[in-house]
Design a protein around this ligand. Structure first.
Ligand code: SOE
Length: 413
């Protein structure tokens, strides 16, 4: 009997097919905001979707023994570990879910893949292109052994976004001309907001660029179905020093630090850039945590020869669609309520009109990863997709250093 069976009474994967799907143990590293969101996803996916394997919340890991035990109890994990190496070594952990700051992604992901585990890693994939390359190479080696590795760009899994991708792939927008994306938050407006890890380059890699810009670069490339090939960028750090934080992991609503001692902010507060997609379409991006009044405002619009699509995360069950092939007098943007059973993921949820929210993207993420594992297919977004985003982020930083000089995403051959 394995530890999974002992802990849960469920059949492990690989056992003869029975009435209930086999169990797959999840081990999660990190338990703050993203850890809580992922826990919700793992807890719920098997209760809503008909899955090929049932996720079991085997163990959660964090450095502070007391805090991680409390997090395990709060979020439903069977066990707690204080060293991620011990988590990876557990026989009842088949999937390692990385919800830590970016500076530990590469080490944990490569070790987990080399140890034969499947991996889900939060975005951005890494803090540098070199780390992302090493992770992608490890994922490719692991793939040959039947393991999968996915990066957590969860906004792809808002049903309206998945549906938008479907419409674009069907050609409903025709040839793309423009992609326009903004991702605005305001939790850094207060100059006394403490100097948490997200404001330190050695932990976070970059600021609004990696935190929010990574999401919108991924979303733009996913929806357009093609990569960015070059960018021109400006970045700015408006508040250059902040009070040292009281605790290491204060969240987004930590409020004023209060401490007299301040330290340097080593990442961008805001990033603004334009880009060219492989087809020649033009794209623009704005990522900031300095937009007063904007809490989690991700907006995207795509314009093509045959029509346009627009989306606003603050109204995430809706998609605006303009079909430019219709007679001009009666055409115009119309609202599609993305809550029909024919829409992505919706067949398993509530009746039409009964809306979903932010947390459901993590349920869908867990569902899709489990399907990829069961079918042995490359999950989307893969580590290779995360690496492409990382290359765009690096090109943005390089361009910004040269004051918006157009910078290719891949060095020109
Ligand atoms: C903070 O800006 C943050 O939590 C991001 O790190 C997440 O990726 C985003 O989804 C919400 O905002």
């Amino acid at each position: 009997e394995t530890e999974t069976e002992a802990a849960t009474g469920e059949t492990p994967v690989g056992a003869p097919a029975g009435a209930s799907p086999p169990a797959l143990g999840v081990g999660m590293v990190g338990y703050a905001f993203m850890g809580a969101a992922h826990s919700q996803g793992w807890r719920t996916a098997g209760r809503v979707f008909d899955l090929p394997a049932r996720p079991v919340l085997a163990a959660v890991c964090g450095r502070d023994g007391k805090a991680v035990r409390a997090a395990a109890d709060q979020h439903g994990w069977a066990a707690a570990e204080t060293d991620w190496r011990d988590l990876i070594a557990r026989d009842d952990v088949h999937i390692v879910d990385i919800c830590t700051p970016g500076d530990s992604h590469a080490e944990i992901a490569v070790a987990a893949l080399d140890a034969g585990k499947h991996v889900l890693c939060e975005k951005p994939l890494a803090n540098s292109v070199a780390e992302a390359e090493a992770m992608t190479a490890a994922a490719e080696r692991a793939r040959a052994r039947g393991q999968v590795a996915m990066v957590g760009f969860n906004y792809r899994r808002v049903p309206a976004m998945t549906y938008a991708r479907r419409l674009i792939a069907e050609g409903r927008l025709g040839k793309l001309r423009h992609v326009r994306v903004t991702y605005l938050q305001d939790w850094l407006v207060d100059p006394d907001f403490p100097l948490t890890w997200r404001l330190q380059r050695e932990h976070a890699g970059s600021g609004a660029l990696g935190d929010l810009g990574a999401h919108i670069v991924d979303l733009a490339q996913y929806l357009a179905g093609e990569p960015l090939v070059g960018v021109s960028a400006m970045t700015e750090t408006f508040v250059r020093s902040r009070p040292l934080p009281a605790g290491a992991s204060a969240g987004l609503s930590a409020g004023g630090g209060g401490a007299a001692e301040r330290g340097p902010v080593t990442v961008d507060d805001s990033a603004l850039f334009t880009g060219r997609l492989a087809s020649g379409a033009l794209a623009s991006f704005e990522a900031t945590r300095m937009a007063a009044g904007r809490k989690n405002a991700l907006r995207i619009e795509l314009n093509g020869e045959r029509g346009s699509l627009a989306f606003d995360l603050e109204r995430l069950n809706e998609l605006s669609f303009h079909d430019h092939t219709e007679p001009a007098a009666s055409s115009g943007f119309r609202r599609i309520l993305v809550t029909e059973p024919e829409h992505p993921y919706l067949e398993a949820w509530w009746p039409p009109g009964h809306a979903l929210g932010y947390e459901h993207t993590f349920v869908h993420q867990a569902r899709d990863l489990l399907h990829a594992i069961a079918t042995g297919t490359e999950p989307e977004p893969s580590f290779a997709d995360g690496l492409q985003v990382q290359r765009v982020l690096a090109a943005v930083e390089e361009s910004a250093e040269k004051n918006a000089v157009y910078t290719p995403v891949l060095p020109e051959l």
